[in-house]
Ligand binder design. Structure first.
Ligand code: UDX
Length: 427
């Protein structure tokens, strides 16, 4: 089939490339000329394992990029909205980019003959497609949804860095369609997958996405709360979770305690669901506590640091790990951000290192020191905080000898070095 994909972030780029891989013809649409140029030259606009190979394979053939909505909508049967849905100041969802995309699609549909399906893949709070997207679409196209236009919601469950793998190996395909015709057309796109397709209504599909992310985030904050309690009792929380995870109803995944969750999804999605709940008059105390635990967790690193070396003024602190997790250069909501902010407030001198995330962190903290490798970052440091689960940190040993004091506080249970003054955040 012929598919248009609106928005070339990690979801849009991966969705476009993988749809091409499973046999569809894809037209990507974005407003960023640089991203369009990159895609058409087979250059990946961002780091995603496997994406570059797919773009090289299909760019200019089954996959092209443009800023021309009119053209994209005219030559395709179905359009996927994959634009960002950032948090507004109060944590609720900001739908301004979705609105712009829907209006542009609607305007293009005005002059298009024949049936066309619009699919919302962006993460939007429940009721958005029915109450926000549909009216804008009808207004902008002058057409009738359910007659000339089909609409569906098809949420993604892609981990950053592993998005190509996750797209090609789904454990569920969720399609929330306004009618059978829309649902069948979108299901047809995924016919090559053996995976079961869950066909439901749009609002339920939107809720499935939020509950999926919120439950994963809840597991992490739960693990962190248990980790904090276990540490006070001298219990190894990882041994506890290894056993608890054997319960088939629980699974051991996402029970690793540490400095907490970052990324462009968990914090945003949990806060957006909280905002939606409050909007409809419900007080989501559990979801709010998931955020509260996650916001407090990284600051416990500073408490341990102060207990070990006292006043931080003019002390040199090495921060190893800036990305929100390993395998990506993305620093959005990284747990290193509140830690660096607090270290600066307390007057410490910081030397930071990350294999990929330094360039992006320089935009947030331009005045701190950035090192090219862990060893340089550790040189003469009074202490070291480990914030990201990079595999290379498991190899560090002799590098710690460069420190003034070999105090290492590990926020991700990743350090294996022996003769250091080691303390784990929750172990
Ligand atoms: C997440 C979801 O996994 C994915 O399904 C959804 O579509 C988007 O959001 P992502 O944000 O890319 O994916 O990262 P993920 O691998 O889930 O990790 C999220 C954060 O949780 C990272 O900061 C990671 O360090 C942290 N984490 C993860 C923990 O602190 N403990 C864990 O046990 C697992």
């Amino acid at each position: 089939m012929k598919v248009s994909v609106i928005g070339l972030g990690y979801v849009g780029s991966v969705t476009a490339a993988c749809f091409a891989e499973i046999g569809h013809e894809v037209v990507c649409v974005d407003i960023d000329e640089n991203k369009i140029k990159n895609i058409n030259e087979g250059i990946s606009p961002l780091y995603e394992e496997g994406l570059r190979d797919l773009l090289l394979k299909y760019a200019g053939k089954k996959l092209i990029a443009t800023n021309d909505y009119e053209f994209a909508i005219k030559v395709t049967d179905v359009s996927f909205i994959c634009v960002g849905t950032p948090s507004a100041k109060n944590g609720s969802i900001d739908l301004s980019i979705v609105r712009a995309a829907v209006k542009s699609i609607g305007a293009a549909l005005k002059t298009k003959e024949g049936y066309h399906v619009v699919v919302v893949k962006s993460t939007v709070v429940p009721e958005t497609t029915e109450k926000f997207v549909l009216p804008i679409l009808e207004e902008a196209s002058g057409k009738i949804v359910g007659k000339d236009i089909g609409v569906a919601v098809n949420p993604e469950f892609l981990r950053e860095g592993k998005a190509v793998h996750d797209f090609m190996h789904p454990d569920k395909i969720v399609i929330g369609a306004i009618d059978r015709k829309s649902g069948d057309l979108v299901s047809e796109l995924y016919r090559t997958f053996e995976c079961e397709v869950t066909l439901i209504d749009p609002t339920t599909a939107e809720m499935i996405k939020y509950v999926n992310n919120s439950l994963l985030a809840t597991k992490i904050s739960f693990a962190n709360e248990i980790g904090n309690i276990c540490k006070k009792l001298g219990i190894d929380t990882y041994k506890v979770m290894e056993a608890v995870g054997k319960d088939f109803r629980i699974s051991p995944k996402f029970l690793n305690s540490g400095v907490g969750f970052g990324g462009s999804c968990f914090p945003k999605d949990v806060k957006a669901l909280i905002g939606k709940a409050k909007e409809i008059g419900y007080s989501p105390i559990l979801l709010e506590s998931v955020i509260e635990v996650n916001e407090k967790q990284p600051l416990l690193m500073i408490e341990i640091l102060q207990r070990k070396i006292g006043d931080l003024r003019n002390k040199k602190i090495a921060v190893l790990g800036l990305a929100f997790k390993d395998g990506t250069d993305d620093i959005r909501e990284s747990r290193a951000i509140p830690v660096i902010a607090e270290l600066l407030r307390l007057g410490a001198n910081i030397s930071a290192y990350d294999p990929t995330g330094s360039e992006k962190m320089k935009r947030v903290f331009p005045t701190i020191g950035y090192s090219r490798n862990a060893e340089d970052s550790l040189e003469g440091a009074d202490a070291c905080l480990v914030m990201t689960e990079w595999d290379e940190f498991t190899q560090l040993e002799s590098e710690f000898e460069k420190m003034k004091k070999k105090i290492v506080i590990d926020g991700r249970r990743i350090i294996k070095a022996k003769n250091i003054d080691y303390e784990g955040l929750c172990w």
